[in-house]
Design a protein around this ligand. Structure first.
Ligand code: FAD
Length: 505
């Protein structure tokens, strides 16, 4: 690393701060001075508990032993998300990770399924997603494409205790030389010419100098907004939920290997199973229901004993207009928030850290690096936004004012184009290397009852008998594959049971 970036200061010790500290301490050259500042008085959000499979790339890159991590964070395995009542009340679909059926020739699987469904030959889409079939049986095992295994790989993520994950990464980072300072920052000093931040200051006069500042201070954006006024693109006209109430409850059997997202009157409720408890939360729109009503609904629908008082979090969906300004880069909630429906926030921390490492590790901050960081950040956030808006917009929950409004609202042009293409002949526009893939988009579009008007001409060439045989053989294979796997709870007990102090037994 160039001496121009010798001192890195991370403001914030939530999931974002400690993920950043762990990765920078692991990958930057020895001699880089990394300081993390956090305030016990302010605390952390700490409710990020569900992830997507890419988290494993992050943990693996750091060299974290998976069993040690699972035991230390009370983690369980996650094969996807079950969406209840998002199309019509009573309907359920899964967004399962991994493959969806098998493509034939040029076309992805969903085209054949749509044609078969129109002919009355198909079972619901989830019957052809191995992760969903395995999840529904509450099973799990590590499956790679071994020569002796008949199963395709089973991509998975984790549910974990975010507070314990931050503590785990803190141990990792401190062991690699990161200095932690506890205290509440009160301000910053700027370079009179460049406007760059030169130091951050505590109320008692202590100061910490740096060359690069990573703002992980949460929603408040202590540096990126408080000092540098980066601006915020407010997306609440597309994603109007603005509050969440979180409450833990006891763990229950069976220990399901998936997140549940249930649509409610004016929002939705998450259920995230951990080894030692269940995370629950109600995300809602305060213009359509009061906090008291939302809390009462959450508590009335818990399926196990409440373990603590409910906690309310307020947010505005959107993103920082520029996530990287001067020598400050915002990572985590300080850079924006698109609500937790597809468990993407921790992933966004990971990609932010990746971009920092990619663009900055060999030199000082340049305009080109900042611009490229911001371009990639905008691209990622806008694609994710469209994916989440789709869940709300394509609903048939008629007669409920919140759902009527989000169904009728104008949506981003980019999403309009995707829906129009799909509704024509089932084509799915996947934009560059955006996060969600064709199986992800097709499961949500079909799950929310969008359908193509015409079968794709290539799918239409397969005979009815051929379709029946194709779908039947896939379904039978997946049922048989799933039955070979152990139950999730039993597998976890053997792999990495949590102990009371969060260490592996
Ligand atoms: P925070 O946790 O808010 O941490 C901010 C840090 O900055 C704290 O350490 C604080 O002390 C420090 N700080 C702030 N100001 C100062 C100051 N002046 N001086 C010193 N220190 C300061 N993500 C997922 O991936 N999956 C999920 O299932 C999920 N669910 C969520 C549900 C809800 C309701 C919400 C709101 C978020 C959810 N997230 C989820 C997002 C996830 O919680 C966050 O991305 C993650 O916790 C990162 O937060 P953070 O570290 O950016 O901010």
């Amino acid at each position: 690393m160039d001496s121009a970036l010798r001192r890195i200061v991370i403001v914030g010790g939530g999931t974002a701060g400690w993920m950043t500290a762990a990765a920078l301490s692991r990958f930057l050259a020895p001699g880089t001075d990394i300081t993390l500042i956090e305030s016990d008085e302010i605390g952390t959000v700490g409710v990020g508990e569900a992830t997507i499979p890419a988290i494993r790339v992050f943990n693996d890159a750091l060299g974290i032993d998976e069993a040690e991590f699972v035991a230390a964070t009370g983690a369980t395995f996650k094969l996807g998300i079950e969406f209840r009542n998002w199309g019509r009340e009573g309907e359920t679909y899964h967004h399962a990770f991994g493959l969806l059926g098998r493509g034939l020739g040029l076309l992805p699987f969903h085209h054949y399924w749509c044609r078969a469904e129109a002919l009355g030959l198909a079972k619901p889409l989830g019957h052809y997603a191995l992760n969903k079939v395995v999840a529904e049986g509450n099973r799990f095992a590590h499956v790679t494409r071994a020569d002796d295994s008949p199963l395709p790989p089973l991509p998975y993520a984790f549910h974990f205790d975010a507070g314990l994950y931050a503590a785990f990464l803190r141990r990792f980072a401190e062991a690699r030389g990161v200095t932690r300072i506890e205290g509440k920052l009160a301000g910053a000093e700027r370079n009179g010419e460049t406007g760059d931040i030169t130091a951050v200051m505590f109320g008692d006069g202590r100061r910490v100098e740096g060359d690069l500042f990573v703002d992980c201070s949460g929603f408040r954006g202590f540096l990126i907004e408080g000092e540098l006024a980066a601006g915020y693109d407010d997306w609440s006209h597309w994603l109007p939920c603005d509050r969440a109430i979180a409450v833990p409850s006891s763990s229950t059997a069976p220990l399901v290997p998936y997140t549940r997202a249930t649509a409610r009157t004016a929002g939705w409720q998450w259920r995230i199973p951990l080894q030692h408890r269940t995370g629950n939360g109600h995300v809602f729109c305060s213009s359509f229901t009061s906090e008291d009503e939302a809390c009462a609904l959450l508590l009335a629908t818990l399926d196990s004993e409440q373990l603590a008082d409910p906690r309310t979090l307020r947010f505005t969906t959107g993103k920082r207009r520029r996530a990287f300004v001067g020598n400050v880069v915002a990572i985590g909630l300080s850079s924006g928030f698109i609500e937790p429906l597809e468990s993407t926030s921790i992933h966004l921390i990971q990609t932010g850290v990746n971009r920092v490492l990619d663009l900055l590790s060999s030199g000082p901050v340049t305009d080109a690096a900042r611009d490229e960081y911001n371009r990639r950040f905008d691209f990622e956030m806008e694609r994710l936004r469209d994916f989440i808006v789709l869940h709300y917009h394509a609903n048939q929950r008629e007669g409920l004012p919140f759902w009527d409004e989000v169904r009728a609202m104008p949506i981003p042009d980019s999403l309009k184009r995707r829906i129009a293409l799909f509704e024509d002949n089932g084509a799915i526009l996947r934009d560059g290397d955006e996060l969600f893939d064709i199986p992800g988009w097709s499961q949500v579009m079909i799950g929310q009852n969008l359908r193509p008007r015409h079968a794709h001409p290539i799918a239409a060439q397969v005979s009815e008998a051929g379709l029946t045989q194709f779908l039947g053989s896939l379904e039978r294979a997946y049922v048989a594959d799933a039955a070979r796997l152990p139950h999730h709870a039993a597998y976890l007990r053997n792999f990495a049971p949590m102990t009371n102090n969060g260490a592996r037994s």
